[in-house]
Design a protein around this ligand. Structure first.
Ligand SMILES: NC(=O)c1ccc[n+]([C@@H]2O[C@H](COP(=O)([O-])OP(=O)(O)OC[C@H]3O[C@@H](n4cnc5c(N)ncnc54)[C@H](O)[C@@H]3O)[C@@H](O)[C@H]2O)c1
Length: 253
């Protein structure tokens, strides 16, 4: 532990699992007070207990990032509890593969609601609090699929590419307030989202991805969390409007 987030307050959405859980643990171990936000209360509370038992400071706030009032409450509750806010890691997202012939507007809206509108509203409510706290960092989890195509993933790709555009715009809007906006573009990472409904075939899928991955394996949630720590901390104090690709070399091909 190097206290890189000492005296900082962070919100991490999607913190009950995968990349969000790993980031909440890492932020707390680096000294931040962390509000974990997720719609899965049970799993979220487990991570909160684990962090507090390890000597960190964490609270859990049941949140649906598809719902504006819920996001507003998440930010207000965090500031009521910790008094400040410096880091908004809008990480929660859902996957979705659709055929253009059968996809309907509701499917499209659902993905956009969680993956793009959610981080937009997290920014809207967090930014005034971060500004009041003297500035800070907003991070979005985009995806390698914001940069390259994948069959059936057009809607998901559009939602994640939208985050990169949004981060660039907001980076300019809030540079004067000392608030930086950046994206992380993970490649295939070992979380429940990657394996999805096809869990039974996990070994075959992992072998297939690994054989095509320049670094020869899928990523670990902790490897994305370390990138989030970089963007959250002063180590990246001159970095804004950036999309940091952390994908084992997938998009280099
Ligand atoms: N795993 C990968 O290979 C991969 C690759 C690129 C990008 N991503 C992105 O990383 C982010 C984190 O995904 P992960 O891989 O850790 O998946 P995950 O399934 O392990 O975790 C996602 C978490 O988000 C929560 N969540 C989903 N919808 C929510 C909502 N409406 N409100 C609140 N919480 C919600 C879930 O309950 C879950 O805890 C996502 O934005 C995802 O699109 C993942």
């Amino acid at each position: 532990m190097t206290d890189r987030l000492k005296n900082k307050v962070a919100i991490v959405t999607g913190a009950a699992s995968g990349i969000g859980a790993a980031s909440a643990r890492l932020f707390a171990s680096e000294g931040a007070s962390v509000a974990l936000a997720d719609r899965d209360h049970e799993k979220m509370d487990e991570i909160v207990r684990e962090i507090n038992d390890a000597g960190g400071t964490a609270i859990g706030i049941g949140t649906d990032v598809g719902n504006e009032a819920s996001i507003q409450r998440m930010v207000e509750q965090t500031v009521e509890e910790f008094g400040k806010l410096h880091i908004m890691y809008a990480n929660a997202g859902i996957s979705g593969r659709f055929d253009l012939e059968t996809v309907n507007a509701e499917d499209f809206d659902k993905v956009m609601h969680v993956n793009l509108r959610g981080p937009f509203l997290c920014s809207k409510y967090a930014v005034p609090k971060i500004a009041d706290s003297g500035g800070g960092s907003v991070i979005f989890t985009a995806s390698e699929l914001a940069l390259v195509g994948s069959p059936g993933a057009s809607v998901y790709s559009a939602s994640k590419a939208g985050l990169i555009g949004m981060a660039r715009g907001l980076a300019l809007d809030f540079a004067d307030a000392n608030i930086r906006f950046n994206c992380i573009c993970p490649g295939a990472v070992d979380t429940p989202m990657l394996w999805g409904e096809e869990k039974g075939e996990r070994d075959a899928i992992e072998a297939d991805i690994s054989s095509r991955m320049p670094l020869g394996r899928v990523g670990k949630p902790e490897e994305i969390a370390r990138s989030a720590l970089y963007l959250a901390s002063d180590d990246s104090s001159f970095v804004t409007g950036h999309a940091l690709v952390v994908d084992g070399g997938w998009t280099v091909r």
